[in-house]
Design a protein around this ligand. Sequence first.
Ligand code: ATP
Ligand code: MG
Length: 228
Amino acid sequence: MSTVNRIGILGGRFDPIHLGHLGIAEIARRALALDRVLLMPSRISPHRTAPARATDGDRLAMAALAARADACLSPCDLELTSDAPSYTSVTLGRLRDRGHRCTQLFFIVGADAFAEIATWHEYPTVLDGAHFVVVSRPGHPVADIVARLPDLRDRMRRIADDSDVGTVDADSVPAVFLIDAATPDISSTDIRARVARGAPLAGLVPANVAAYITHHRLYEMRSGKQHA
Ligand code: ATP
Ligand code: MG
């Protein structure tokens, strides 16, 4: 059994990881007193058709560089080392197999992604595998989630960005925590487009990630080291 009590998991393409990702990781960590947040690049997203632009190795390397920003962050290759598609239900099952209770696991997700939860593999039982922490994204307030997913209202709990962590009970049944917070208006899609036209990345990705992108010539129009 792990000695870490509360583990956050932030999954994503991270193509590349950016300050919006680190922002929601930090918001969830503070609001729910998480001991650690795993930055977990997904291998094959079942929700997308296009492959990642950067390789698995590059996306993991950038997650590792970004994790240096905070001692609570760790890169995690759990999905990259699996042959199966990156289904959240399977990933959470593997973490539980390692000894973590479902109420120790907090799957962090932006409101844009959670809006599609009904299309996820093993919905709705996937929601019993962990707490879900849904954080607003520019243009995606959590109120939209409440309106869109009325069947989940009984398990939804809105918490304030600056809530007193001692007041949030997360030890009984898995819940869907909803947090409205000021997250930066950053997306990987925009970052890739910026690199392709030679625009700077200052303020969008950590400096060490920007240096990695430049050094490895990721996302350039005619770079060879990418899939598409
Ligand atoms: P892309 O543009 O390629 O879709 P992205 O910036 O949306 O990339 P993802 O890897 O798709 O990043 O997102 C991983 C997770 O991080 C998702 O749960 C997503 O909702 C969340 N997320 C990404 N960017 C932000 C942001 N700026 N604010 C809040 N949440 C975000
Ligand atoms: Mg996205």
